[in-house]
Design a protein around this ligand. Structure first.
Ligand code: PEP
Length: 251
């Protein structure tokens, strides 16, 4: 049995005050950590404060990106060493917005996954196809290519602790959700990639989230599917009530 994991991706939303109020409001009401892993991936500027605000609860705090080097002349970047030093637990890597708008490559994602593991940070590795790729029938080859590259060079023991997020780009922030069956089929194909690379035991342990317009109304149907172990959620993670409903549905 894989424990569900629901992660909010706040992107570049919320003021500092709003972020702190959110965490203070929900932290004591998070469902049992035995039932669901709850994560908020906040803007980097807020991370140290939110880690402290959430420390007496089971809410984990994650980053939305990081560099792969520990330090160096990389103006504006944040390193894995910096994140682990302030006890950040998760980092989203290879989100389609990073890939499309900030030229993040599969190679960079792979280096970031390595760096995250070196620092004890759980990577949430994103993959997903564009609408054109879906219509051309190349969804599975696209995500297989992205994940094969992202997962290059690890041990099976390392891979089983990773989280993968399947996020069809056409479903992110658009209100369009993949049907639960379609999402499950692609998540199943990603698990098959992990079987090929690292074996069945490892693939059975890796958690695969679906992301793309997940909301309280559709999360249960998605999570009922065999290969969907959680959700990566943008818009519906921004309001405490909505995020709590997602967690309760997953628990
Ligand atoms: C995301 O940002 O990863 C995402 C899935 O956004 P939304 O839930 O708003 O589609």
């Amino acid at each position: 049995m894989r424990k569900p994991i629901v992660a909010g991706n706040w992107k570049m939303y919320k003021t500092f005050d709003e972020a702190v109020d959110f965490v203070e409001e929900i932290q004591q009401a998070i469902p049992s950590p035995e039932k669901v892993d709850a994560v908020i991936c906040a803007p980097a500027l807020y991370l140290p404060t939110l880690v402290v605000a959430a420390e007496d609860s089971s809410l984990a705090i994650g980053a939305q990106n990081m560099h792969f080097e520990d330090e160096g002349a990389f103006t504006g970047e944040i390193s894995p060493a910096m994140l682990s030093n302030i006890n950040v637990d998760y980092v989203i890597l290879g989100h389609s917005e990073r890939r499309e708008l900030f030229n993040e490559t599969d190679e960079a994602v792979n280096k970031k996954v390595r760096a995250a593991l070196n620092h004890g940070i759980v990577p949430i590795i994103c993959c997903g196809e564009t609408l054109e790729e879906r219509e051309a029938g190349s969804t599975e080859s696209k995500v297989a290519g992205q994940m094969t590259k992202a997962l290059e060079g690890f041990s099976a023991a390392e891979v089983e602790h990773m989280v993968i997020a399947y996020e069809p780009i056409w479903a992110i922030g658009t209100g369009k959700t993949a049907t639960a069956d379609d999402a499950n089929a692609v998540c199943g194909s990603i698990r098959a990639v992990v079987v090929n690379l690292y074996g069945k035991d490892t693939a059975e342990k890796v958690r695969i989230q679906y992301g793309g317009s997940v909301k309280p109304e559709n999360i249960e149907e998605l999570l009922a599917k065999e290969h969907i172990d959680g959700a990566l959620v943008g818009g519906a993670s921004l309001q405490p009530a909505s995020f709590m409903k997602l967690l309760e549905a997953a628990a």
